[in-house]
Design a binder for this molecule. Structure first.
Ligand SMILES: [Fe+2]
Length: 441
């Protein structure tokens, strides 16, 4: 049997290409002048692949300018694991944080474009997608770096964390708006977990300490992703003042969360966190399907899908309230990042057959149907230059034929999810993880 992540719209592509003057249907807004970059795993042809998350990172980039799609190109990220087959665990059992796939996200901060994966250092790339090399911020980064840092839209800082298989299991970092690593702080947690994302608010950081834990036996024997669900670990969200101070932990119903949508402090001082939540059975199904350790009994009751969920944490009472926001299976929640940590009305998500927009103020949702047999990647929100409303802007998403017949970039009007333009791509883009719109300065 061929692994699910090597077939159809997930199948890797065999090589790197460059194409220019791409065909466009509809009208590309002229103000969309910049680059849309997206990262994802792409094992080399014939290379063994034990888990969807482990393939070498490949960037797919589109250059848009003045209403034209000037180029598409795809490039593997030249990590030491890619070019020299360097191993993450050295013979002396220390970790080589440059020997990582760099396959999960790509962001721009200060003067750098960084590709990210949560077990190691970022790799810097050029605007043309050539690899510059690993980045440890002048030697100051002493842990791995999450693939989901958060840029504060008010201060311009980039807040992030790194996890470790050995203590310290969790380290908080703060990068200034100018790109200098100005703070690193160890955070106490009970053990090493697969902490993929976190949240920020105006005054706090929110940790997700959830029961998908590192398993040394799996690491020594499996060669895949050494994590499994552990009923004994418990589940908690931690609220930590950004200015320093202890973490306040809130017990929550056990679940797993790859992705937070956004978080904020409400008028009563409560911390509101929206994210895509997996029940244990749903996580078990997904995890086995992408190469993780199977748990068939648990998976039998699941759907492999996450659902949008809200946790409200009240520091005054120590209480948590939880609310399922919808029963539709969705992932990759995104928002208008000028609102990160400061309250959002809208979230954009990816369902099996649609891009789904949630209005959380007047609870409702709307959808852009992808069409028969199509699948979409994360929808990145780009604010309009003259934006007056939170959803004044566009959504960029790569949509692919599930049978592997091709891909296109769709530009949706974020207000009503209508199709503004389609850029026809010269080749299929494998379903991957996260990307960013990087406007020209
Ligand atoms: Fe992610």
């Amino acid at each position: 049997m061929t692994e699910s992540w090597l077939t159809g719209h997930l199948a890797p592509v065999p090589d790197e290409i460059t194409a220019t003057d791409l065909a466009v249907t509809g009208t590309l807004p002229a103000e969309l002048t910049g680059r849309y970059l997206r990262n994802g795993p792409n094992p080399r042809p014939g290379e063994p692949s034990k888990h969807w998350f482990l393939g070498h990172g490949m960037l797919h980039g589109l250059r848009l300018r003045d209403g034209r799609a000037e180029w598409y190109r795809n490039r593997w990220i030249r990590t030491s694991g890619f070019t020299e087959d360097a191993r993450f665990v050295r013979d002396d059992l220390t970790f080589d944080r440059t020997a990582v796939p760099a396959n999960t996200h790509v962001i721009a901060h200060a003067d750098k474009i960084l590709t990210l994966v949560e077990v190691g250092f970022p790799y810097e790339v050029t605007p043309g997608l050539d690899t510059v090399g690993p980045c440890d911020f002048g030697g100051r980064l002493t842990s791995a770096m999450t693939a989901h840092p958060k840029q504060d839209p008010v201060t311009g800082e980039l807040l992030f964390f790194g996890t470790g298989f050995l203590p310290p299991y969790l380290t908080y970092h703060r990068l200034s708006a100018a790109g200098e690593l100005v703070e690193s702080r160890e955070i106490e947690v009970p053990g090493p977990t697969m902490m993929h994302d976190f949240a920020i608010t105006g005054h706090h950081v929110v940790w997700l300490d959830l029961p998908v834990v590192f398993d040394l036996d799996l690491a020594l024997t499996g060669g895949g992703m050494p994590y499994r669900w552990d009923d004994g670990y418990g589940a908690r969200l931690g609220v930590m003042p950004r200015a320093g101070g202890p973490v306040r932990w809130f017990e929550v119903d056990p679940c797993y969360v790859f992705h937070v949508g956004n978080a904020y402090e409400d008028a009563a001082g409560r911390i509101v966190v929206d994210g895509a939540r997996y029940r244990d059975a749903d996580f078990a199904g997904l995890w086995a399907d992408i190469g993780g350790a199977p748990d068939p009994a648990r998976a039998a009751a699941g759907t492999e899908s996450a659902r949008l969920h809200r946790w409200t944490l009240d520091p005054a009472t120590g209480k948590v309230s939880e609310e399922a926001l919808d029963d539709r299976g969705v992932e990759f929640p995104t928002h208008n990042e000028t609102r990160t940590g400061h309250g959002h009305r809208y979230l954009y998500t990816v369902a099996d057959d649609a891009i789904v927009k949630y209005d959380l103020e007047r609870p409702s949702s709307s959808a852009h149907d992808l069409g028969e047999g199509m699948a979409a990647g994360e929808a990145v929100f780009v604010p309009a230059e003259s934006a007056r409303a939170e959803d004044d802007g566009w959504l960029l998403t790569i949509v692919s034929d599930r049978a592997g017949q091709g891909s296109e970039l769709r530009v949706l009007n974020a207000a009503d999810l209508s199709l503004t333009a389609t850029v026809h791509l010269p080749r299929r883009v494998p379903a991957g993880f996260h990307g960013s719109w990087i406007p020209d300065a």
